[in-house]
Write a protein of this length. Sequence first.
Length: 486
Amino acid sequence: MEIYFSDVFDISPDDLENYGAFNVSLINDLPLFIDPFLLFNSSKPEYKELHNQIINYLRFLKSCSENGQIHEGLLRSWFTFAEVKQNWFGFSLVGNSGAGLGIDFARALNNNLHTIFTDFGEEQITNGSHLEKLCLIKAGVGRDNISDFTTNLIKEYLLNYTQEFAVTHLRPDQRKVVAVNRVRFNYHTYNWESDRYELPWHNGDYIILTPKDILTKDDTWINKSDIIKNFDDIADSISNFELRAQINQYFERILPEDAKNKEYREAVSWVISKFPEFIDFYIKFKEDNGDEAVSVSEKRVKQVEFLFIKKLREFVRTLEQETNFYSVYGYNTLDEARDRVMFLKDVIENKGGHRLFFVNGEPIRREADLQILFRLTWFATLSDVSREVNDGRGPVDFKISRSSLDKTLVEFKLAKNTHLRRNLEKQVEIYKKASDAPNALKVILFFTDQELENVIKIFNDLGLHDHSDVILIDGRATNKPSGSKA
């Protein structure tokens, strides 16, 4: 079972734990990312210095933006960044390749640095400067963009961090000296420099390790949804009496009576656009509660470790010991995919595998997490398992293929998905036509009696009972044997 860094390099997970590094999967990205606030708020001098380096680079970009129009070539050189895929974090459902920060992000950052970010580096309200401010202003700039930017700007530190571990814990044949591009920025020549490092080497590429204490899941500490949730507390915290009164009066005037969530969010957005200084008070509010960021992130990282490492290991071990899941190779991708799904169904329903999907007694209710978990169980197969390219009709979860003539699409859905009926009725048939795949499996996982009733009603309405390409998996904990008997 070679899923994680420790498996591939035949070392104890304790070595990584003692070093403070996360034990990444080398099959698929895990849904974690670096939060720059954890650098800013850290008590470690080296982390604070990393945050200063990020801010210094942004100051450089701001000065370039203020000096007039930037040549397209320099915009691409200074403002765009490829994803650092070698750290194996992000939101890719298959593999570890992401989009990175392209020209759209570059133009947004360039425009905002000399307009909305006019006081960047010289803030009067907050205790420091924060890159995350961009995601509060610019639509489409989210946690993955912020993390990619941060990772690129602290890459030199991460490379040294990884090299130290590799030289100490890995055999010479497990590491390789490689040239890495864009390691540090030279402020004298205005260009990015390369350097050489001795790093873990696997499947034709190097690997970067990341300290656990700068990682988080779900969102950065400073984020757009949070500014809406805490609007009242932030408004009350504004020390400027006049400004506080103006904001409250304007908000009350534009907020409709009996406002719904959407209308409330829109009203907050209007306040921010009219009073942009409100963002600085929000950031100050988050700075003042910064210690909570550490505990929240630590809890989220532990949840990822528990779900994607501990429980998945138990699940795979069950598949290895009690089934022939990893030796099944059907005559074609449809047979293989169906047999594998049916094995998973048997393990989940009859052999205690349902526990994989429960954290603290509650079922996982995020399709992205389920999809990653299923992808990680496909580590031993002759078929190519990939995520379907978005052809304009939307991406399907997985495409299993062995040739241009042998393809099967597989889609996993939660029974609680509000679009399940529409998906079953139309979506996969559209995907099949778009990708020329002759086969498609639809796998639905339910956790409660009510979810089962809803799915049965949909099946009755659509005539899908006993359809071999629609597979229902019972993930309920209430009808399973106890842990000692499973």
